[in-house]
Design a protein around this ligand. Structure first.
Ligand code: ZN
Length: 274
């Protein structure tokens, strides 16, 4: 997962509890400060402001400032190598309210996430349809879906989470390329590669070289919401950033994208526990 943020262009539909990022609003705001003497001493790794600790992550490739709340709640400021601590602190100070609010929202979302227990009768979603879990004594594989129920072998209950993750990943590797092919006509874009894996707190992302990435958890979403994430990422193949051109293209591809996005923001948490 390290370096993933660099491989992917940006966040997609918020995935609760998300990794929140606030990018600098303008290039001017984030222009690299050319402060005399900066770069002589090693830059401090942390910034403490208003009772919050911010880890400063510098990169020679980065040109703008960004503030992120990581999945574990850590606050990270990504900055260009040469950004002065003074400017960096001023920028972070102007975003303290956002940081406090985002942390509070993240904590509330995490408290609401479902924690599966993998007990008989518990239901698990596959593309929005709930399927009951049955624990069985013998089964040729640890976890099986018979089209109606999930069957889990009793002696594998301790590793049930891993088995579900693998199952959803395999299901996504079959379903997502087919679905993308169907939806590609709407977005007028075809990905070079589709990757299904763990994306932390993002549902999907668009990488370089025309690859798009989907979280395996996407396979739990109702098709209507999964479609929103797919079309969102397909649209990024041509429009990389969330500018007006991106939203206009998304609107052409999926006129009711707003309702779907709102539903995903509101209900996404339901599919985050497993
Ligand atoms: Zn996006």
């Amino acid at each position: 997962m390290n370096g993933e943020r660099d491989d992917t262009r940006e966040l997609t539909a918020p995935l609760p509890p998300p990794s929140f990022t606030m990018e600098a609003r303008s290039a001017r705001e984030a222009r690299i400060a050319e402060t005399a003497g900066s770069g002589n001493a090693p830059p401090p790794g942390h910034l403490h402001l208003d009772g919050l600790a911010f880890r400063v992550r510098r990169s020679p490739r980065r040109r703008t400032l960004a503030l992120t709340v990581e999945r574990d709640g850590e606050l990270v400021v990504s900055a260009p190598e040469s950004e002065s601590m003074e400017r960096l602190e001023r920028w972070v100070r102007s975003r303290l309210l956002w940081a406090h609010r985002t942390l509070a929202r993240r904590n509330a979302l995490q408290a609401g996430a479902r924690r599966p227990e993998f007990v008989p009768g518990e239901s698990f979603s596959y593309l929005g349809q709930n399927h009951m879990l049955r624990i069985v004594h013998s089964l040729p594989v640890p976890l099986q879906f018979d089209g109606w129920r999930f069957l889990l072998r009793e002696n594998e209950r301790g590793r049930a989470h891993d088995h579900f993750r693998l199952w959803y990943t395999a299901a996504g590797r079959t379903w997502l390329p087919e679905r993308c092919a169907r939806l590609a006509r709407l977005a007028c874009a075809r990905p070079a590669r589709i990757v299904v894996r763990d994306l932390g707190f993002r549902w999907g992302s668009c990488g370089r070289n025309g690859a798009i990435y989907f979280h395996w958890r996407l396979m739990q979403l109702p098709v209507r919401l999964a479609d929103y994430v797919i079309v969102h990422e397909l649209t990024h193949l041509a429009e990389h950033h969330h500018g007006p051109a991106f939203w206009a293209a998304l609107e052409r591809a999926l006129p009711d994208w707003r309702e779907r996005k709102e539903q995903l923001d509101r209900e996404g948490i339901r599919w985050m526990g497993v």
